[in-house]
Design a protein around this ligand. Sequence first.
Ligand SMILES: [Cu+2]
Length: 174
Amino acid sequence: MSLTIRAVAFATAALAVVATAAHAHVTLEQQQAVAGSTYKAVLRVPHGCEGSPTVRLRVQVPDGMVNVKPQPKPGWELSTVRGKLATPVSGDHGAQITEGVREIVWSGGRLLDEHYDEFAFRGALPNKPGAVVHVPVVQECEKGVERWIEIPAAGQNPGSLKFPAPSLRLTPRP
Ligand SMILES: [Cu+2]
């Protein structure tokens, strides 16, 4: 294969990768954090549902993430659902944390497809170095819903998922 054809093939492949990346889905701004640390989860919403504006975002708080507080957003109502933790977590001074915020809902706003926005919450991450934590998000629009809830099976390439749940990797304490 001549050099030029190879260069063109390479450029096309690179463009495809960029295009896919540019058509990013709902993802976390910071995709790596220290296990057990306090983490600010910034969910990036780069588009609506097939062009329709986003009017509601439902976020499932990862198991083992505690002391969760969402960030209010002007123009949006904010509500949370509290519930029992799958596994109690030892908090400050050895106190056992057995329940907390499990779901966060921003609603009542209108984020146009041609605009971009971020939805944030903070909390203490599970103390599981090396684990990948998923934050499933349901994005409701005026027309349609996108469920960013897919979690890769062991060994599966996350890039192969159509609606991957936003995720981050927990690193060991330095
Ligand atoms: Cu997308």
